[in-house]
Design a protein around this ligand. Structure first.
Ligand code: RB5
Length: 149
């Protein structure tokens, strides 16, 4: 079965999503990218899109990419959803560590902060880097325990 990645944005992230998504689809034909909105630059509320993506990721249906103006609001909102480990990413080093150490299943980007080419490199790194497990797994388990209390 194809790996799934659910993508969401608000008006602040729409332009970046529009340039990024076709490139990701072309680069990763083995991944099914599903666009959960929004559809344009009219103001919307970013938590609504974090929720849409977070519900899918929390149910284990795939991973998520969320884009708002700064990436911060999406990360805060997505991390309220059970089973979601979201991080706001700004370079490939952070993207790599967010997979290797934190096993993030949602990555967030600031559409008004991160240049499109950097965002593409971040996505490529995040999508292809594996979780290291080991000592990091124990730490991620603690986070899961905190969530289920
Ligand atoms: C919308 O203006 C902006 O606040 C939003 O895109 C995001 O940056 C919030 O964190």
């Amino acid at each position: 079965m194809k790996q799934k990645v659910f993508v969401g944005c608000d008006h602040g992230g729409f332009a970046l999503k529009a340039t990024l998504l076709p490139r990701l689809k072309e680069t990763f034909p083995q991944i099914e990218f599903s666009d959960l909105g929004c559809e344009g630059e009219s103001p919307v509320d970013y938590p609504d899109y974090a929720r849409k993506v977070g519900e899918k990721v929390g149910r284990g249906e795939g991973r998520g990419i969320l884009i708002c103006g700064s990436g911060t609001g999406m990360a805060i909102a997505a991390n309220k959803m059970g089973g979601v480990r979201a991080a706001n990413l700004w370079d490939v080093n952070v993207a790599q560590l967010a997979r290797q150490h934190n096993n993030t299943n949602v990555m967030c980007l600031g559409g008004r902060i991160v240049p499109a080419e950097t965002a593409f490199e971040i996505c490529k790194t995040w999508l292809t880097t594996e979780f290291e497990g080991g000592r990091h797994a124990a730490r991620v388990d603690i986070i899961h325990e905190m969530e289920t209390k």
